[in-house]
Write a protein that binds this ligand. Structure first.
Ligand code: PRX
Length: 662
């Protein structure tokens, strides 16, 4: 089913969203010192390309660009054509050269409580050493390196070292399984993998290198594995392939001359789930990406490099970590916090303790964490001094007004702006967000495209909807940090993102949205088969494929059901094979085995919250599973219209069987 067909049944506007109309104006104090003002919108509308050229000029170019945008190969853009720059130089060296070498770039805090302060000068030395190490391993510009590391400084150092020598990095989230890692290594034909012996997870060391070893068994392209020692657990080192970071990188010179690369030189690949089973390697390039990363970080987070302490509590394994821990903040000479662990280790006040201790002024998290804090209780933020905060951000999923208001009151003390930022792996950087100091914010709304960005909410035929109406979110003008395509499959991007509104030339984001009466934008969630679990994108089909790869499963259907904390939760419906009694006659045993199986196939983030064994699945006459009806079951709602089912009794059979099993 195309998103157009399931549009009406997929978009829900909650009462809560509709009712909330109160706005929060910025304080005068914030407004007068804000990095952005209202005039930016007009400036960008009057001369879009001139506006972006001005933002690009904030970076240091080895060779200036001659053309701002070449859109002749649409939908693949070329930005800042003819320009050459080094991304790592822009993020590190130029700040040291400007006399800021002693400024802390990273206040890193380990989960067990250890910490490291890394200045820009130290970062320059470390990145240079790592760059020299990668060169010694024979890497040349354009080669690919896969990085699977916990949230330790070496993750940032590795990414910047790749960027420095024009090598393309592909960071794989630490929670992904060996199979998922292997698929990414193979797809990118990576020559080097950078990992660690293990990672701290909820207070205990968990293995990482052994997962990498499993993933790389017989991997054809990988020549070397660099291993950071983090937890001190014994690991097996493969002779001739594996090298300890502290020995091999530690022994390199800290001198490295950064050469410049074309503005369109590939910077990184990051895999994300789409509507098909196989994650797509989203490609980003250098000049346009860094320009928009730095610009959005400057205006949306209002960062003042001399005074702010900024904390984006994402993982570098996701796009948020790439753009708002590594590239944006470092290009802007930000001092930031990097935290290794989970928010409740060693205790549930951990984040607030860090904010108090390091006097964090800008804090950027996902709504799922806000809802988790709500569950843990108001007393926790109250127990700490959070008055250093002056700006809060939200990303990854629609923020419900209740969570927005709690965040505003309990973490922001009712006095500071919240920026709800909408964007995607594919957009590379923030696209829709209120500008702090300019907008009167609305709980639950991302509100307005940033200056220089143009979006619309349209109906099924691509016509803009009226204020007060819902539709599809599209981006109608190219933007500098837009993906340059899908790695290894150049034609697929056209099909995935641009075919839906081909005639109009719109990029279709996959999200539903709504204009309110003022024309402000409210995001309504995905309208395709992509789930959003704790701000992470997982496709229903990916989980279904994992389930049917288990011998006991004949068929599977997966839905994202609303969940109070995680936004959506994965609920799977499975039909077991006729002979599955051979495995067990107890559904609980099979369900437990299937949960484990999905974790092993994809990673714990894809583990279903519930697996329901059913005798049938509801299908249309063309054989398409009607997830809408399954979502009704998963969310304990009255079952909707079943008229289009091939077998109209299917839902009754399913509900009766679930009732008799419970
Ligand atoms: O559905 C939207 C949701 O997350 C999707 C993008 O996921 P990913 O590429 O993993 O990037 C997440 C971090 C940028 C979008 O299609 N999304 C992201 N931010 C918001 C959001 N939904 C509503 N409001 C947001 N602020």
């Amino acid at each position: 089913m195309t998103p157009a067909q399931n549009f009406n049944e997929e978009i829900f506007v909650t009462e809560e969203v509709l009712q909330s109309s109160h706005t929060y104006a910025p304080s005068d104090a914030f407004r007068v010192t804000a990095n952005a003002d209202e005039s930016l919108y007009a400036e960008a509308t009057d001369d879009r390309e001139g506006f972006w050229a001005k933002q690009a000029a904030e970076l240091t170019w080895a060779t200036p660009f001659d053309t701002v945008l070449d859109w002749s190969g649409a939908p693949t853009a070329r930005w800042f054509v003819g320009g050459r720059l080094n991304v790592a130089y822009n993020c590190v060296d130029r700040h040291v050269e400007a006399g800021f070498g002693s400024q802390v770039a990273l206040h890193w805090i380990g989960e067990p409580g250890d910490s490291r302060d890394i200045t820009y000068a130290m970062l320059k030395d470390e990145v240079s050493r790592a760059a020299n190490a990668l060169l010694e391993l024979g890497l040349v510009a354009g080669d690919r390196v896969v990085i699977q590391l916990p949230m330790i400084p070496e993750a940032v150092i590795s990414m910047l070292a790749c960027a420095r020598i024009g090598v393309v990095h592909s960071v794989v989230f630490g929670g992904f399984s060996p199979a998922a890692l292997r698929a990414r290594v193979d797809d990118a034909a990576a020559k080097v993998v950078i990992t660690s012996d293990g990672q701290y997870r909820r207070g205990a060391p968990a293995p990482m290198k052994s997962n990498v070893d499993e993933a790389l068994a017989e991997a054809e392209t990988v020549e070397h594995v660099l291993v950071v020692r983090r937890v001190g657990e014994p690991v097996e080192m493969t002779e001739g392939r594996d090298l300890w970071w502290h020995e091999f990188v530690g022994g390199q010179s800290s001198e490295h001359e950064a050469e410049s690369f074309d503005s369109e030189h590939p910077l990184f690949i990051l895999y994300t789930s789409g509507t098909t089973g196989k994650p797509k390697g989203i490609l980003h390039t250098s000049g346009g990406y860094l320009t928009q990363a730095a610009y959005t970080h400057r205006v949306v987070f209002d960062v003042k490099p001399d005074t702010d302490v900024y904390w984006c509590a994402a993982d570098v394994g996701w796009i948020t970590g790439h753009t708002y821990i590594v590239y944006g903040p470092l290009a802007n000479r930000t001092t930031q916090v990097m935290y290794e662990g989970t928010p409740n280790t060693p205790h549930e006040g951990r984040h607030f303790e860090i904010i108090e201790r390091l006097k964090v002024s800008i804090y950027y998290i996902a709504p799922t964490l806000i809802r988790t804090f709500m569950k843990w209780g108001d007393h926790l933020p109250k127990a700490y001094d959070l008055t250093s905060l002056r700006l809060l951000g939200s990303v990854g999923e629609p923020i419900n007004p209740e969570a927005w208001l709690w965040y505003h009151e309990n973490i922001g003390g009712g006095r500071i702006p919240i920026v709800d930022t909408w964007w995607q792996t594919e957009t590379g950087a923030i696209m829709i967000a209120p500008l702090p100091g300019v907008a009167a914010t609305k709980p639950g709304a991302a509100q307005r495209a940033l200056p220089g960005i143009s979006v619309k909410v349209v109906d099924e035929v691509g016509a803009e909807v009226a204020y007060g109406e819902s539709g599809y979110l599209v981006i109608d003008q190219p933007w500098p940090s837009m993906t340059r395509g899908i790695w290894g499959d150049p034609d697929r991007a056209q099909e995935v993102y641009w075919d839906r509104f081909k005639e109009q030339g719109y990029y279709f984001a996959g999200d539903g949205a709504r204009y309110d009466e003022d024309g402000d934008i409210w995001l309504l969630g995905r309208v395709d088969d992509v789930m959003n679990v704790s701000g992470h994108r997982i496709s229903t089909i990916e989980v279904e494929s994992a389930l049917v790869s288990h011998l006991a499963v004949a068929e599977a259907a997966v839905v994202g059901a609303s969940d109070e904390t995680t936004g959506q939760a994965i609920v799977a419906f499975v039909i077991l094979r006729g002979d599955s009694e051979a495995f067990s006659d107890d559904n609980d045993v099979i369900v437990a085995a299937l949960m484990k199986h999905v974790s092993a196939e994809i990673g714990p983030i894809a583990r279903p919250k519930r697996i329901l064994v059913v005798p049938e699945l509801p299908k249309t006459r063309s054989g398409k599973i009607m997830r809408r009806l399954l979502r009704d079951v998963a969310e304990n709602r009255t079952i909707g219209d079943t008229a289009t089912l091939a077998d109209t009794t299917a839902m009754r059979v399913i509900t009766e069987s679930l009732r008799s099993n419970s």
